[in-house]
Design a protein around this ligand. Structure first.
Ligand code: UDP
Ligand code: GLC
Ligand code: MN
Length: 276
């Protein structure tokens, strides 16, 4: 359907690499939806060109900052104030329904059935399951809702300094009102949960549809040997599952790196983006 889209956000080149892999993974699993990337002005021309090859629409947005250093420090993620920028997704009113996905997510099978759900549908957050995780959510673009969200931000701020705090405050009946708005955890499997409940992961993890590399260390923080199909250096197994990490890198090195090389030219291509 032309009026439905998957939407992601990348304010810089690092998260753009995540967005490229996410977009490719959605295409590989034959989505029939449009793909939209919201980007910050800081994203380089080269990365923008690659994103435009993968996404139907690449839109430059103003980067919003919560500036809430106190709450962000509690989460130990001073970098997440910019996630307020996510709220721009409600302005995409040429779509009637969208699914937002963090740039650090990877799709493992077709998830177009998410569009059968209503706003605001999301999966539980592994750290506090009465809150939803804002890495994957179904929403309906609306200038009215966008305005209300910004108003909510100015009146109440965010309890975590990022978008997840705002969205859980705004959609505060999520945990109790309507079970159909609770996405199964396999639509947003935070890699962190694998180690907090390994037996459940062993039981259900094979059905995972979306893996979310939640936490400070992202797939692009590692390096990879594409020939050996191995991550070089040590993997923080407390937060990242090695198999999913190899899946991310396999797609990145086979489908994204060649496009980046075309843009940067072999010589000028930043070596750390190559991963080995
Ligand atoms: N993001 C971004 N630039 C940043 C930080 C975050 O574009 O500097 C976007 C990106 O889409 C990212 C999302 O905001 O996936 C949420 O941040 P992150 O995934 O790092 O949070 P986590 O899931 O680890 O809590
Ligand atoms: C979370 C979510 C992420 C969000 C961040 C800040 O842990 O995974 O999507 O941006 O909190 O609120
Ligand atoms: Mn994330």
């Amino acid at each position: 359907m032309a009026d439905q889209a998957f939407v992601t956000l990348a304010t810089n080149d690092s998260y753009s690499r995540g967005a490229m892999v996410l977009g490719k993974s959605l295409r590989n699993h034959n989505t029939s939806k449009k793909l939209v990337a919201l980007i910050g002005q800081q994203v380089s021309e080269q990365c923008q060109s690659v994103l435009k090859r993968i996404y139907d629409e690449v839109r430059v947005v103003d980067v919003l900052e919560s500036g809430d250093t106190a709450h962000l420090a509690m989460m130990k993620r001073p970098d997440l104030g910019v996630t307020f920028t996510k709220l721009h997704c409600w302005t995409l009113t040429h779509y009637s329904k969208c699914v937002f996905m963090d740039a650090d997510t990877l799709v493992l099978s077709n998830i177009d059935d998410l569009f059968d759900r209503e706003e605001l549908s999301a999966a539980p957050d592994p750290g506090w399951p009465d809150c939803f995780n804002s890495g994957v959510f179904v929403f309906c673009p609306s200038m009215e809702t966008h305005g209300k969200l910004l108003q909510y931000c100015s009146e109440h701020g965010s309890f975590d300094g990022g978008d997840q705090g705002v969205l859980n405050g705004f959609f505060n009946s999520w945990s109790t009102a309507d079970i159909s708005k609770h996405l199964p955890f396999i639509y947003n499997l935070s890699s962190i949960a694998i180690y907090t409940y390994l037996p459940a992961f062993k039981q259900y993890g094979g059905n995972a549809k979306v893996v979310h590399f939640l936490g400070q260390t992202k797939p692009w923080s590692y390096t990879f040997d594409p020939k050996a199909k191995k991550i070089t250096g040590s993997v923080n197994e407390a937060t990242t599952h090695p198999t999913f990490l190899v899946d991310w890198w396999t797609l990145y090195s086979s489908a994204v790196v060649p496009m980046l090389k075309e843009q940067y030219g072999d010589n000028a291509f930043p070596i750390r983006m190559c991963g080995g």
